[in-house]
Design a protein around this ligand. Structure first.
Ligand code: IFM
Length: 446
């Protein structure tokens, strides 16, 4: 497939449906010498944690190349750019603003505004200042209040330059991958830690939402959650039960408190030692009204029951992307429809969707037809969900360009733009051109 298209009557072809590209600070910026250390710097420096032994010191050198990168974004014809702010770049150890770090983002935000590109700003995409981790990180309740203070300062500094704020990106990843299985920074392992960290992250979100309502009432304020829908391996009630438990543990755990003010019922089945430390009033703080919910989707997972554990995940089925994730667009439609049925949702944005593919730069181009296929099938899945009554207002491709893919280092490429890390040369892939042509066909229609 070389083109992306949708039925001519699709609401996703209307001019007010937002299309964007997304990145995150640690994954692209580099410029590490101009900021404080984050937990990802420490994690990268720990032997064996990153597949290729790399780090984020230079990454895509966006810290120096941001002007040309924003020109690149403009050249794709997108309506919006989703970026994240590096907390350790903008806040000093003393908790005051680091003006040089703030100026870096002001330059970007002003440039976006000049180019008429909406800024979707994520306030936390996993790069916690290391000195806060030294004090307990997300296991320390105090971190939620320090996040609130950072959000207060930075939103005042940004003024009216931002279109939408997301408090957190994928708190599941910060909590579970970072504090329960330890495959992400800070690398802490223990079932007793995951839900405690998750609670403090959600509390941080609620406190930040209160600040946003005060400092930035005109922006769209919300959160970005990732979902990996859980399917049973068979029709047996045991396997269905296992998939249901996994869904509560990995997915509903992060959304139910936001809309229902409570954790899923499996809380009562977890050992007391694994419970979060919930203080009186916390759940009400967490359940703040939101202007939007960001949904990140990549794949699904299949579970079977087990005598010893709550569930066992089966190996991903074919077809798979280069990172080993099954390509299963149907689950995206089903997810969006089921979230819409379960909760009283604000408008949704698909804030991340995309695929790592084994790209090859040949004669100056990357012919990633497999990625175009992925985008086609997933954009169609979003179209189907809208057809079933879900209010979805936008879609962001992950990612603008190849970048530091966390524990995989630079080995996995998610970009619609290829990055040669030695020369820092950017090359728009066939998927980038297909996305651009798809977006511009829509504009031509309006
Ligand atoms: O690269 C990440 C991103 O930082 C968060 N969501 C998933 C992407 C792909 O793994």
């Amino acid at each position: 497939m070389t083109k992306i298209s949708l039925p001519v009557n699709s609401p996703m072809l209307s001019a007010d449906f937002t299309y964007g590209v997304a990145t995150a600070s640690f994954q692209i910026e580099g410029g590490a010498e101009h900021r404080l250390a984050s937990i990802w710097d420490r994690f990268c420096a720990t032997e064996g944690k990153i597949a290729d032994g790399s780090n984020g010191e230079v990454a895509c050198d966006h810290f120096n190349l941001w002007r040309q990168d924003i020109e690149l974004i403009e050249s794709l014809g997108v309506d919006a750019y989703r970026l994240s702010i590096s907390w350790p770049r903008v806040i000093t150890r003393e908790g005051t603003l680091n003006q040089a770090g703030v100026d870096f983002y002001l330059g970007i935000l002003d440039d976006l505004e000049r180019k008429n590109i909406k800024a979707f700003v994520t306030l936390y995409h996993w790069d916690l200042p290391q000195h806060l981790e030294d004090n307990g990180g997300w296991l320390n309740r105090e971190t939620a209040y320090l996040f609130r203070d950072y959000v207060d300062l930075i939103t005042k500094a940004f003024g009216d330059r931002v279109y939408a704020y997301a408090t957190l990106n994928e708190p599941f990843c910060s909590a579970y991958l970072g504090y329960e299985v330890g495959v992400h920074a800070p690398g802490i392992v223990g079932k007793e830690y995951g839900k405690k960290a998750a609670h403090h992250l959600l509390l941080a979100h609620g406190l930040a939402m209160q600040v946003l309502a005060k400092n930035s009432p005109d922006t769209l304020n919300g959160i970005v959650l990732n979902f990996t829908p859980c399917y049973p391996a068979s029709n047996s009630s045991e396997d269905k039960g296992a998939a249901h438990f996994a869904d509560d543990y990995f997915n509903q755990w992060y959304i139910k408190p936001l809309f229902d003010g409570e954790y899923p019922e499996i809380l009562s089945q977890l050992p007391k030692a694994h419970h979060p430390d919930i203080h009186q009033g916390d759940m009400a703080i967490i359940a703040q009204p939101m202007d939007f919910l960001g949904v990140n989707y990549y794949t699904r997972a299949i579970y079977r029951a087990d005598k010893q554990q709550d569930f066992v995940e089966l190996p991903a089925l074919e077809p798979r992307t280069d990172i080993g994730w099954e390509i299963y667009p149907k689950a995206l439609t089903k997810l969006l429809v089921s979230l819409n049925e379960k909760y009283s949702l604000p408008p949704l944005y698909i804030t991340e969707n995309g695929a790592a593919m084994a790209d090859e730069l040949k004669d100056g181009s990357v012919n990633d037809l497999d990625r175009i296929d992925y985008y086609q099938s997933h954009l169609s899945a979003v179209h189907d969900a809208i057809g079933q009554g879900v209010d979805i207002r936008g879609y962001f491709a992950w990612s603008l360009m190849d970048n530091f893919e966390w524990a995989e280092g630079y080995l996995k490429r998610f970009g619609i733009v290829y990055v040669d890390y030695a020369s820092q040369q950017r090359t728009v892939k066939a998927s980038g051109n297909a996305y651009k042509n798809f977006i511009s066909s829509r504009v031509a229609k309006k």
